[in-house]
Design a protein around this ligand. Sequence first.
Ligand code: FES
Length: 148
Amino acid sequence: MEVDISKIEPGQLIRVKWRGRPVWVLRRTEQSLKDLASLDSQLRDPQSKESVQPQAAQNAARSIKPEYFVALGLCTHLGCVPTFRPEVAPEDLGSAWKGGFFCPCHGSRFDLAGRVYQGVPAPTNLDIPPYRYLSDTRIIIGDDEAKA
Ligand code: FES
């Protein structure tokens, strides 16, 4: 499935459906990319060694191009859809929160690379589906760089 990413503003997340499942494409800001580097000690699998992603996205930002984060929008605990919580230090998520995803079902928390925090029920980072770039402004979901 092709997705046009040219109109996504910095900080904006768009939602599409792929094989009946929600897929998110988030355009991260420079600040949020910087913040990712400061979170490793609070995360369960910061290097994504036990998590699901295409090889080209097994890196610090969990993406082929750091600016654009593509993920399955399903909690790895029991499959609820987490909410997008980009704001920094909101009252309900605490002063250390740098933006991320919060699953209201049982309180799992993920950063803006979909990496799961320690001490929550979700066992792994959010899954990243296979995808690749067709051009600077179009991606295809369901197809892998490795097979291109
Ligand atoms: S389904 Fe997300 S925390 Fe349980």
